[in-house]
Write a protein that binds this ligand. Sequence first.
Ligand code: RUB
Length: 404
Amino acid sequence: MKDLLATYYFRPKEGVDAAYAANAIREEQTTGTWTDLSTVNEETAYVHALDGSVEDLVELPDGGYLTKICFPHEIFEKGNIPQYLSVIAGNLFGLGKLEAVRLLDIDLPENLAGCGPKFGIDGIRKIVGTEVSCRPHIGTIIKPKVGLNPKDTAQVAYEAALGGLDLIKDDETLTNQTFCPLFDRLEAVMDALDRAKDETGKQVLYAVNVTTGGDRIVELAHKAVSAGANMLMVDVLTAGFSAIQALAEAPGINVPIHVHRTMHGALTRNPHHGIAMRPIAKLVRSSGGDQLHTGSVSGKMGSKAGEVIADNREITKPLSYLKPVFPVSSGGLHPGKVAAEIAKLGTDIVLQAGGGIHGHPEGTTAGTRAMLQAAEAAILGIPAREYATSHPELAAALAKWGDA
Ligand code: RUB
């Protein structure tokens, strides 16, 4: 199939026929509007090739409807994701005949897909050296999320790296503020990771947050890579999908891209209205994101386990034309939650903890070790409490946060 199929949930306003409402979505997003047009006549009848079609309409027990709309591939400008969104997720959200409408999923055909991740799961595992063990990656967000100067940020990174983790990242709110200029921080952190590597032998990734205006992001990313960055971070919904795409396609930017989804709750949280995580995740894969926050099953952010599992399956499923994205489970995680995350999400996952590492009673290095020990225990099938009897860092974490 060369066309794009989009799945929506919707509730028509009282008195509005469901078939009429589904067709109104199709019309608004393709060739139509609220009335017939003098500009569509015998001579311009060719525009009907872009009409699209309502493929399915099913009533649900909650009174809402599920519909699938087929958008002809020619309606899209290949590779222009902002334009894709204007079609599949545009004016329809404001249609007065609808009480609510939510884009649930898209089937994005190969002919409309972008370049995809450069590294994907295997490429990232290769850099970090976990391709044989295949354990989950352990990551941390430097905390406090903002406020530390470059020297102190680097010290936290050093201590985290000594504990043996795989990924260190900036918080989504930290970019290039005066209290922690990006290039000073990058230089200090990469130097700290080199020093840690001399002791541990292990390469750690540092996702420096290059989220900025569209006119500056590629140049900033180039400079960051020249200054030694081995991973870049982008907030996809605030910067836009084209920010990821621009970095993934830019010659000379040969490092993985860590994609944060800050602001997603405004779109994803209402189960009846907005945009589900699934289409966002598929578009991130298509745009070239190597890692993506998709939610946790036991953390603080209120994700729904079933959706996280299914979203992760979608972005990791083998496709001949797109590498898999490494899903990131994050938000309120600590060692006591690791077993639940692995049980539900498997081992091809990045388990990321900020407070759950830097809040460890014995500090960041012990916090990192505790996360890794919790992952080892889960993989061995040993309850965390039992494993903790011979692993003091894990014991201290469980004593502080529990194991549920
Ligand atoms: C978590 C954190 C991330 C959230 C985002 O810090 O900084 O921004 O994971 O949520 P902490 P999500 O580990 O201290 O809670 O990953 O669901 O998008």
